[in-house]
Design a protein around this ligand. Sequence first.
Ligand code: HEM
Length: 550
Amino acid sequence: MDVFKCLSLAALEALAIRVVGGRAHNDNLTRVQTGCILFAIQYLLLKYYRVFLYHKYFSPLRHIPSPTDNHFFFGQSIKKFKADTPISLYVKWMRDYPKAHLIRYLSLANTEVLVPTSVDAVKEILQTQCYSSHKSSGWRRMVKEMAGDGVITMEFDRHRNHRKMLNGSFSLANIRNLEPLLKSKAAEVTQLFDRAIAANKDGRTGVIDCTDCSTKTTLDIMGMAVLGIDLGNLRETTFNGQNKIDDVNAEFGFHKAYGIVFAPETLSKTLMFVNGFVPIRWLPIQANRDFLFATSWLDNYITELLRRRRAETKTAMDSGKYESSDSHDLLTFLIEESMPGAPAEGIKESEIVGHLLQFMVAGHETSAIALSWCLYIMAEKPDIQARLREELAALGDNIVYSELEKLTYLDNFVKESIRVYPPASGTFHQAAVDMSIDGISIPKGTAIDLIAAVLQLNPTIWGDDADEVDPTRWDRLSGDQLSPYAFVAFLQGPRICIGKTLAFMEMKIILAEIVRNFRILRVERPFTVQNPGFTLRPDGLEVRFERIAT
Ligand code: HEM
């Protein structure tokens, strides 16, 4: 836009100089040369104004509390990149300005970014003015590159229409039908724990990598719930004698592909972020080749599956043998919804593939991270673990979910772990129109980072012990804690997570099985949290556990 403005202005000025000055004004310079020089001067001046002057002297946002330790050009970007976790700096700023409703920080080239820190400010963005902002274009580009174009990357009417159609597939009744699947996967988790014990020298305890194990579990669950296929990641996991999962001989599949795309090495991660702004996937390096192979493998796999299932459905319908069942995986649901005369008739194949890919991603990665942090908390806090076990002991051996969901301590524990360790670190918006938050005018285009931890770890909302994991706090909520905008790990408003109920159900069923059968003893070694990233993914979090004698 700036280039276009400066080009037009330079062309007009060059023309004016020619007309006013006549041929004599400077015979050595042609009109094009004059135009180029004017363009360069104006463009540099405009950029200087935008990068170095605007945020300091002219921006309507300049009075909002802001961290001051900025790099002169990169603002806080380098610090964010180097921080321990994707949320650490945001939480620090929230603590530095406890009374603020909004915080402003400077990003690359001193671009201003707002971070809402109060329940009122978040409510305005997610509810009152929910259609005044949309996901940032850079973020959407990154997600589309990884997981196609589905509900997560759609906006406004397109999002509203697709979301309305998709809501049916994750209705309460449909989710309830997944109970047998979730129980069978929970049983497979205990078998995997037993295999880890059997592979260990002492024959009594085992060690698992929490993120790896949880990812396999939730990927298997999503494989069934979304695609109707058993990916078999849990069943096929073996251990190699040094407590390590033996992945060397595993065929290329969903788990490997998602690992490359969503849990990449530092170089690949950097390429992913840079590519959100400047296209660099054409660079002939191995990290790019791996990424492109994995994303196209996932896309081809799902497209083929869709075409095959569609053909099978059509054959069954033509022969009058097709019966719609009560329990739908998302793929079957979408095929039925897109039939002639059905609500989603005319939906593009690429949109169905986008939805499926994005549900697989959104559904497995976040739940896996949430489960990993639950295991971490249990390892660190034996008292919490004991209390969970005690509550579960009151139920018989063959637990049904209707009993499990009534357990208040388990419910509190799951909520509390997601409060302290929100799996999705943030959602990244941009003002779609000029808007006002907390009485402050926000110009169209301003970036807004919605960071769950900034609300969920905020001492002004949750008290001085906001950082502490205390499941019992959910029994005595008061003040702002009662607001739905104090707990936004699943977001709120029209874009609230579609899988929230399923996430709670799967976590409770799997945790119940683990807690009843195993005692988590300790965290085995120091670990890190991946940064940069869109999730709070622990890296190398291993726990040691033992079987509980029956
Ligand atoms: C602990 C587990 C989970 C957490 C913390 C979580 C969190 C979130 C968050 C924060 C969003 C908003 C993202 C954004 O707008 O940028 C979201 C959206 C979404 N989630 Fe989840 N999620 C979880 C589990 C699931 C599951 C199990 C599914 C699968 C059914 C799922 C499917 C989705 C989808 C499809 C969206 C996009 C909704 C839309 O844009 O309308 N999530 N989730």
